[in-house]
Design a protein around this ligand. Structure first.
Ligand code: HEM
Length: 452
């Protein structure tokens, strides 16, 4: 029998996984206002500094305030355009870093490349920093950047992880599964990197009453500068710190995971890589590097990314949606406080929706289409950015990050298996949905030498 919705009870909480697009649409569109809250948990409390940021805050004024600021000040079209140059510099930096590896015949760890491209880009946008310390000689991450990106991924892992004390709050403090120690240490690492920069910048802005720069130069400036009608700062230092960490966490995992999986899948399927490279050669050519302005025309690449979001989501479930009142969903009574878990895996691999669901087939997203393909999925047959009140605010930024990462890697380099390897093991990790072993490939330049 096919099951579209289930219910498991932990303590007082009804946890309700959903694998049908019809019910997912009901949650995100029709009953969006009812399922607009988030659960409380030790990890969420810690990383959001007491629920001060947008993703992790339960429904209420604080969430509304933070989400509104992000939408109107950080990811709005005007700011997105303003930061184009910075994003392009990071795409160029990625390209040069891989070229340095290629010309010295060193194997390329794709996980390092993809995660650090995301880490570099979001650090630049957020804090104007690619490096916390000194730049490295080959453009790769230094020890600080490795520690920082690991801490961001660690935070995400523990935000998603099952912990018994999240359902039995009386157990908080006993650290039964060891998560509390890890979460505290990880949040201290993030604070160690972010707080001194934020404190110093807040001091400069507040002392100089905002005159240190004419224009905000990064997301941090924007958060600090944001003022009410009387000219008073709207965000406290704690809110700025919580929101900054959260933006950095939100930006790193989806783009890097999907591009690593795409390259891994492509290694076993030369037609797919050829189609993608042919598209880039046709649209962009070999005499200039792919730019964000090309993205609307790169439908095959976007089909590959959609396929990676479908088959290899970064997490099994969307961040939980919590019912703010007793309600009815798909004919079932859902008590207030229930956690609805939209299953990214269950939707994306649902055999009722997808033919040969376990096969990586980008073409399935193109079916006779001439118009521009996008990464959003309004029908919820798989989840990319989700939708509704708690849907992702950064569809544009997330799209350009992911497409530019994939496009630059494919345009600039021939990719092959390292010596001694005949296939890529596509096994998932038994702890999460990442490739079990980081993907390592050999790169060879494929553009005229003057392009590097
Ligand atoms: C390809 C990249 C990205 C993907 C696929 C993605 C996906 C998602 C998903 C699935 C959610 C949960 C939606 C829900 O609960 O229904 C979400 C929420 C969110 N994302 Fe993204 N995201 C991406 C990049 C980003 C970036 C770069 C930022 C920040 C600049 C960001 C900021 C947020 C925020 C603030 C929320 C929570 C909104 C709320 O709870 O009100 N995301 N994202």
């Amino acid at each position: 029998m096919k099951i579209d919705i289930a219910c498991v009870r932990f303590g007082d909480v009804h946890v309700i996984p959903v694998v049908s697009p019809k019910i997912a649409l009901e949650v995100l569109r029709k009953m969006d206002a009812t399922f607009a809250s988030r659960p409380t948990s030790f990890a969420a409390y810690r990383f959001s500094r007491g629920y001060k940021s947008a993703v992790l805050s339960p429904y209420g004024d604080q969430w509304k305030k933070m989400r509104k600021i992000l939408m109107s000040q950080i990811v709005c079209p005007k700011r997105h355009d303003f930061f184009l140059e910075m994003r392009t510099e990071e795409a160029d930096h990625l390209f040069n870093y891989v070229y340095n590896k290629a010309k010295s015949y060193e194997p390329v760890d794709i996980r390092v490349v993809t995660r650090h491209y995301c880490g570099n880009l979001i650090r630049r946008l957020m804090l104007s920093k690619r490096y916390f310390g000194k730049p490295t000689h080959d453009g790769g991450p230094g020890l600080d950047e490795i520690e920082h990106v690991n801490a961001l991924f660690n935070s995400l892992e523990y935000l998603y992880a099952f912990s018994i004390s999240d359902y039995f709050p009386q157990l908080i403090g006993l650290n039964l599964d060891g998560h509390e120690t890890i979460i505290k240490a990880t949040s201290e690492t993030l604070k160690k990197f972010h707080d001194p920069i934020i404190d110093e910048r807040v001091r400069l802005w507040r002392e100089n009453k905002g005159s240190v720069h004419q224009e905000p130069k990064d997301f941090l400036d924007i958060l600090i500068m944001f003022r009410d009608r009387e000219g008073r700062p709207l965000l406290t230092s704690d809110e700025i710190k919580a929101q900054s960490s959260e933006i950095m966490m939100a930006a790193v995992d989806n783009p890097s995971n999907s591009v690593e999986w795409i390259l891994a899948e492509m290694m076993g399927n030369p037609t797919i890589i050829q189609n993608a490279v042919d598209e880039i050669d046709h649209i962009v050519g070999k005499e200039r590097l792919v730019q964000e302005a090309d993205i609307p025309h790169l439908n095959y690449l976007k089909a590959c990314i959609r396929e990676a979001f479908r088959l290899h989501p970064v997490a099994p479930f969307v961040v939980p949606h919590v019912a703010i009142e007793d309600t009815n969903l798909a004919g079932y009574l859902i008590p207030i406080g229930s956690h609805v878990l939209l299953s990214r895996l269950g939707l994306g691999r649902n055999p009722e929706i997808w033919h040969e669901p376990l096969k990586f087939k980008p073409e399935r997203h193109l079916d006779g289409r001439n118009s521009e393909l996008v990464l959003t999925e309004p029908d919820m047959r798989f989840i990319s950015f989700s939708a509704g009140r708690r849907g992702c605010i950064a569809q544009t930024l997330g799209t350009v990050m992911t497409v530019m990462l994939l496009a630059r890697l494919l345009q600039g380099f021939f990719w092959s298996l390292p010596e001694g390897l005949s296939t890529i093991d596509l096994a998932e990790s038994d702890k999460n949905l990442y490739l079990a072993k980081p993907l390592v490939l050999q790169a060879q330049p494929r553009l005229p030498l003057n392009m590097y």
